[in-house]
Design a protein around this ligand. Structure first.
Ligand SMILES: Cc1cc2nc3c(=O)[nH]c(=O)nc-3n(C[C@H](O)[C@H](O)[C@H](O)COP(=O)(O)OP(=O)(O)OC[C@H]3O[C@@H](n4cnc5c(N)ncnc54)[C@H](O)[C@@H]3O)c2cc1C
Length: 494
């Protein structure tokens, strides 16, 4: 069952402008209602002042490339362990520009893209991975409180809705599995599900109260940048990494700022935290495909609209189809409605050209209206897309290159809001604590089955995606191709 997937279904862009393209504008508090700017609602909720670009030739112990959640958690976790470390974070655009500032804000405990997927790939490690995931989620909540990061965090859990009886069966099986791992799971019949959140669609529900918190992901990312700075990291925006080379005693990270000025950071180690935009590092290309996922955010609901939808407990919601929707309330009672489509652009394409997709926006809006006919008049002024990095195992993958001087983590497949903190801990261990037990996990040590090169990659992704659409239309029954891939333990998802 798909209780923990957070994005529609497909791959695409290298997030952000390519080297030399103008840097995306930073928006403050003025919402870009109906504007053509491909910007997420979250990024309009109070961006802090811009940080200076990196200049000249500097040195550091660790250079972190990318200031999304992976890069910033890594900086924080390195400095928690060794406060004397000189950590430099360089970000091509602005903090949270990538998926970290554009996602649904479902911060889930699962490190494995759900229990079922975890059991498929790491049956012998699932107990520890589940325990680690739950502890990691607690760690995020505690960290935000301890450091005064107001990211509108709500401990509501996540509630999945079924459209069909077979999905209700899946919910039952998942509830048993969750209970077996000591997790609370609340099953709802159709009447209870519709009473909880008023839609004629629901045939049942499954609420997991303890394994997901909802938050404003941009505020979390900005808060982490602030705390990383307070801990001693130098965080630079508008600084694109254009090259990485091995030098005596470490690596040299070549940079270029938005004015075209070159610079460099010579560091003992570098951390690659560029997620779906990681195509710039050739050796990472086989490991992931970027998939574009899209979201809409409405105007704030009126008191009448708010009452008409129920949703008193404000859970993060999702349906259970292959092409699924995820939806939630924001702190000011807007509805974020995302998912369904997941689009791959050949050649691991990423970039601003893919941030808006009118056909997907229309489809999303039509599906919303079918789900909540009582909110027919609700408008969606915010519409955007972002790139998700998916692997054939749907879980993050870790590795080293350049003689161990460079480490990386990517591939969260639509579930990185929580898992990035854990990944930051693994990257920290790879650099500072080689004896860490976690580094011995197969989950950490092994690489996923690679995606084929183009043009086979595009063909494969499109074929699998079409099969998933067909399965949804066919009452959830998976065809031969999907069943074969399931048996082989590989696939494509978001
Ligand atoms: C629409 C959408 C919805 C999602 N919903 C959820 C959800 O609800 N829950 C969930 O858990 N996950 C969700 N995800 C996934 C989640 O957002 C990601 O897994 C997570 O944010 C990854 O963080 P990151 O730091 O690894 O990557 P990013 O946030 O993408 O950060 C990478 C950074 O690297 C920078 N960069 C790239 N190239 C360079 C370079 N050469 N030099 C310097 N910097 C560079 C980029 O500008 C970017 O800021 C969603 C993703 C999308 C797109």
């Amino acid at each position: 069952m798909r209780i923990t997937h957070r994005s529609g279904v497909r791959p695409c862009d290298l997030g952000g402008s390519a080297a030399g393209e103008p840097r995306a504008p930073r928006l403050g508090h003025n919402p870009p209602v109906d504007s053509a700017l491909p910007i997420s609602y979250w990024l309009t909720t109070g961006a802090p002042p811009a940080l200076p670009a990196h200049a000249g030739a500097t040195t550091a112990d660790v250079a972190v490339i990318g200031a999304g959640l992976t890069g910033l958690w890594t900086a924080v976790r390195l400095l928690e362990t060794d406060p004397g470390l000189r950590v430099v974070v360089v970000e091509a655009e602005s903090v949270g520009f990538g998926a970290s500032g554009r996602n649904g804000g479902f911060c889930v405990a699962s490190l494995t893209h759900g229990l079922e997927n975890g059991l498929r790939h790491y049956p012998d490690e699932m107990t520890i991975l589940h325990r680690e995931g739950m502890a990691n989620l607690r760690g995020i909540v505690d960290f935000t409180r301890a450091h005064g990061i107001d990211c509108e965090l709500e401990e509501t859990g996540e509630l999945a809705f079924a459209d069909r009886p077979d999905q209700v069966d899946d919910f039952r099986a998942h509830a048993a599995l969750a209970a077996g791992h000591g997790e609370r799971a609340v099953l709802m019949d159709a009447e209870e599900a519709r009473a909880e959140v008023h839609s004629p669609r629901w045939a049942g529900g499954l609420w997991l109260p303890d394994s997901c918190v909802m938050l404003n992901p941009a505020k979390l990312t900005w808060g982490l940048a602030r705390v990383a700075g307070e801990m001693g990291a130098a965080v630079h925006e508008g600084t694109r990494v254009t090259g990485l080379e091995r030098v005596a005693g470490g690596v040299r990270v070549a940079t270029r700022d938005t004015e075209g000025r070159s610079g460099s950071v010579r560091a003992r180690h570098a951390v690659v935290a560029t997620s779906a935009y990681s195509g710039w590092l050739r050796r990472l290309r086989p490991l992931f495909v970027p998939v574009y996922d899209y979201a809409l955010v409405s105007e704030p609901l009126t008191p009448g609209q708010r009452a008409a939808v129920g949703w008193a407990r404000r859970q993060g919601l999702a349906d259970a189809n292959n092409q699924f929707h995820y939806f939630r309330l924001t702190a000011d009672d807007r509805i974020l409605w995302g998912g369904y489509d997941a689009i791959y652009h050949p050649g691991n394409g990423v970039g601003p050209a893919f941030d808006r997709r009118p056909a997907t926006f229309e489809k999303l809006e039509a599906n919303f209206r079918a789900t909540f006919p009582q909110l027919a008049g609700l408008r969606f002024p915010y519409r955007w897309g972002g790139a998700i990095d998916t692997t054939t195992r749907f879980t993050a993958t870790f590795g080293r290159t350049m003689g161990g001087r460079v480490v990386y983590a990517l591939g969260y497949t639509g579930l990185g809001v929580g898992a990035t903190r854990w990944a930051g801990g693994i990257l920290r261990d790879m650099l500072l604590r080689p004896g860490s037990d976690l580094l011995r996990l197969r989950f950490v040590r092994t690489l996923p089955f690679p995606f084929p090169p183009e043009p086979l990659r595009n063909l494969t992704v499109e074929t699998v995606r079409n099969e998933m659409v067909r399965a949804d239309a066919n009452g959830g029954r998976r065809g031969l191709l999907l069943r074969t891939l399931d048996a082989l333990g590989v696939g494509f998802d978001s």
